[in-house]
Design a binder for this molecule. Structure first.
Ligand code: ADA
Length: 566
């Protein structure tokens, strides 16, 4: 589900996308009114996946909405898979509470046992309202689309089922072989024995019998040595089909062998020094909101490739599996992060227990779901929090430690807006800075002073082993806005500023990566006030319909010149 390839051949999977019943619940009385068993007669139709507020005059609606879907099953144990529900979901089956999930950008699943054959009613209560414990916070610089934003399906499980399989591997120094083992998360309705086969491509690498206990089991296989492996990188993004089979079930994914590291104050992929060149991408579009179809993801990836980019930052939340699958296929490196968008939180907010645990849970979930994607080379733990305060330091230390433990072979970082007062840079593998000289303050030439000053700052902190990524920089340009002078808000001004920045960063020995803010214009929320012309963040190098501005062509020319110089 939500992948660009079949992730099950044996397991019976049924899509629940399409027409659902839908209603708002501004009074928050839906449970009292019995919506958990079925929505009121006046409920309307809505298409899932979608964002609420496209056609129902609900554009500014935040609060409770209810969704109902009747479906037919052959019965047994059913697993309901939700691609993403924005932001808090509670689920009932035929009026019986099934479970809940917090967090709007990651998939989750719920299992119901002993379901009778026949027609049933699935109810989802969605809450996209905000309070001080919300992640994301009310104030963010993107639009608060709510709803069931990615595909929904159900599966009829039988026997021992593979819910997840992480491929853990260590490459040889020469990067020609890999020692691999597999971490399995299995479900069975009762204690059971089963055959287990794991294949990479057409080669079976594990074949054995295993025992599992009732419910969820976590099993690590023994290691196997693979020789003559084909590496994953930008030029040759080799992928291996991973197939896990038990006696009655299967699980299909894809993996890639690569090694990312920081050494000599540079970033290396597969022992080659690299420079990350790309842009920040919000997964948003005027017609679909967050619920972008796979063909839009493909178009975005093709544009990144056409531009000569080799990297994407998924600002500021986990992006659709289809998009990350396409990054895997096209050899684009990816920075994946959770939606702790700092300017909304005060330092005190960062100490709130529920914010801390929710953020940690979102990081763990992102790793659980996206672990096998070779394109993910960076985990981002937050964006522009008060990392110059003790509470910001504590959050960073906690999250960095956890991600280094569970995150696999990735660099861990966070985007700081406080380069000269940040006290948390110890807790990152590479320093990342967002700054907007030439837009919010200073001129394009101020960047030269910045790079000199930050070189000294990094020295002063004793962190010269950590390279710098310019994770955000840019300027707004209204698409189609031109003047004879390169004034702010024109395409020419944006192109000139970005060209200056990219040349300066490319020349700097300290900078090892750069992500333009941003890929495409996108709607922002009312909390950003009137500082956003037309209610959009207009710093895209393409507009919201992916039409290129002058900056796009300027960056493409620069990237191609850099490639020729290599
Ligand atoms: C911040 C933030 C981005 C965006 C940007 C801007 O760096 O991380 O999400 O809001 O500023 O456009 O000002």
């Amino acid at each position: 589900m939500n992948r660009i390839f079949d992730d099950h051949i044996i397991r019976k999977v049924y899509s629940l996308d399409g027409t659902w019943k839908f209603c708002t619940d501004a009074s928050r009385e839906g449970e009292k009114l019995g919506y958990t068993g079925g929505l009121p007669e006046n409920a309307k139709n809505i298409i899932v996946p979608s964002v609420i507020g496209r056609d129902f005059g609900l554009l500014e609606y935040t609060g409770i909405t209810w969704f109902e879907r009747k479906f037919h099953t052959n019965g047994g144990t059913l697993r309901f898979c939700f691609g993403a529900v924005m932001t808090e979901a509670k689920v009932w089956l035929d009026g019986e509470y099934l479970g809940e999930h917090y967090g709007g950008f990651c998939e989750f699943d719920l299992i119901a046992e002993d379901v009778a054959a026949g027609e049933h009613t699935l109810i989802v209560r969605v809450d996209n309202s905000f309070n001080l414990d919300s992640i994301p916070h009310a104030k963010v610089d993107w639009y608060h689309h709510g709803g069931i934003i990615r595909s929904v399906s159900f599966e009829e499980l039988s026997g021992v089922c593979v819910l997840r399989c992480h491929a853990e591997y260590t490459l040889s120094d020469a990067l020609t072989s890999a020692e691999v083992y597999f971490k399995l998360k299995l479900y069975s309705k009762e204690d059971a024995k089963t055959s287990l086969e794991i294949a990479l491509g057409d080669d079976t690498v594990i074949s054995k019998n295993i025992k599992v206990c009732k419910g969820i089991s976590e099993i690590n296989t023994e290691s196997v040595m693979l020789n003559g492996i084909a590496l994953w990188d930008a030029d040759k993004p080799n992928l291996y089909k991973l197939t896990v089979r038990t006696a009655a079930d299967d699980f299909i994914d894809r993996i890639g062998f690569r090694y990312i590291e920081v050494k000599n104050s540079k970033i290396y992929l597969n022992n080659k020094e690299i420079e990350l060149k790309g842009a920040n991408r919000h997964e948003d579009h005027p017609d679909w909101g967050f619920a972008v179809p796979a063909q839009l993801s493909r178009k975005d990836v093709e544009i990144f490739c056409d531009m000569g980019a080799n990297a994407v930052r998924g600002s500021h939340y986990p992006q659709s599996r289809a998009f990350v699958d396409l990054l895997d296929e096209n050899g684009l490196m990816f920075w994946s992060e959770i939606p702790i968008w700092g300017c909304g939180y005060t330092a005190a907010d960062l100490e709130r227990p529920l914010v801390l645990t929710r953020g940690l849970d979102m990081l763990k979930e992102m790793v659980e779901v996206y672990y096998n994607h070779p394109s993910i080379v960076i985990w981002g733990i937050h964006n522009e929090i008060e990392s110059n305060t003790e509470s910001g330091l504590e959050m960073t230390k906690l999250y960095y430690g956890e991600m280094k433990k569970i995150g696999g072979n990735r660099l861990v970082t966070y985007a700081s807006r406080l380069p000269f007062s940040d006290i948390s840079f110890e807790y990152c593998d590479v320093i990342s800075v967002n700054y907007y000289y030439g837009w919010y303050e200073g001129t394009k030439e101020t960047w030269d002073t910045f790079l000199e000053k930050f070189e000294a700052r990094r020295e002063e902190l004793g962190l010269t082993d950590k390279p710098l990524i310019m994770s955000e920089f840019g300027a707004a340009a209204i698409y189609g806005n031109h003047t004879f002078d390169n004034l702010k808000w024109t395409e020419e001004y944006q192109a000139e500023l970005l060209s200056y920045c990219i040349e300066a960063f490319h020349k700097s020995e300290m900078v090892c990566g750069m992500f333009v803010w941003q890929f495409c214009d996108m709607r922002t929320c009312i909390q950003m006030g009137l500082g956003r012309a037309r209610g959009f963040n207009n710093k895209g190098i393409v507009n919201e319909y992916r039409k290129p501005k002058a900056a796009y062509h300027a960056i493409k020319a620069l990237n191609h010149r850099f490639a020729e110089e290599e």
